[in-house]
Design a protein around this ligand. Sequence first.
Ligand code: NAD
Length: 261
Amino acid sequence: MEGLKNKHVLVTGASSGIGQAIALRFAREGCNVAINYRSDRKGAEQTLKSARPGRHVIIQADVSREEDVTRMFAEALSAFSRLDILINNAGIQKPSPSEDLDAADYDRVLDVNLRGPFLCSREAIRHFLSRPGGGVILNNSSVHQIIPKPKYLSYSITKGGLDNLTRTLALEYAGRGIRVNAVGPGAVITPINNAWIHDPKAKAEVESHIPMGRAASAGEIASVFAFLASDEASYITGQTLYACGGLTLYPEFRTAWSSGE
Ligand code: NAD
């Protein structure tokens, strides 16, 4: 992709799943990658080992903690001396019927999925504004940015909130060389979906709801991040690009049931 070579990228939650695939893809594009992890150091080391070519670092930080985020940016900048791209990928979900939803679980999901991207974006923007050249921020949202997800209230709220985080920051900094966009994946084969990806029956049930008939690989989602970060997307800001196999197309309308045909 145009314009990615020699860029410096920070990917949060890069020890597994989509974040790991993004780190590997950006390394293949010629970027140097700061691989953030919270507790899975082994996973981060695996990402580091597989990332080729480039000069990469791993940085421990909980994105929901302000002091961790400040330290993470300081470490990334001392390793690379500049950052060009921030990928807010880290995210969690805690399912529960909403009437039983524990307030601490609700808070934790908001802290990781929304406070994290705010804290990281703020640090990235401060750095981007401190030197010439602008920068790119990409958020890993979800189809649940627009599709309600019963029993995942806090998750749905955070992904809806990411839309406004993306659009507001995009508007605020459009005139100062900073582009802010999001990717909205559908169902992807990653550890967040351990509940069904290893069970062929459960997987077939999930995939029966997807118009393209299958879940995505993490690499297919990483490609969208590479495009949006590259100069090939130089005129795109404030958008969410859904990579969801058609899930956002109201699949229930595949047949003309509503017209009685
Ligand atoms: P995953 O569980 O493999 O990845 C989540 C990553 O976030 C993990 O590496 C985890 O360690 C990290 N993380 C969690 N809390 C953190 C914290 N406080 N600080 C730093 N890192 C933290 O699952 P994934 O599917 O790769 O999820 C990545 C992102 O993709 C999430 O934001 C998720 O909402 C989004 N997403 C996933 C799917 C899917 O079907 N897999 C669909 C839509 C959106």
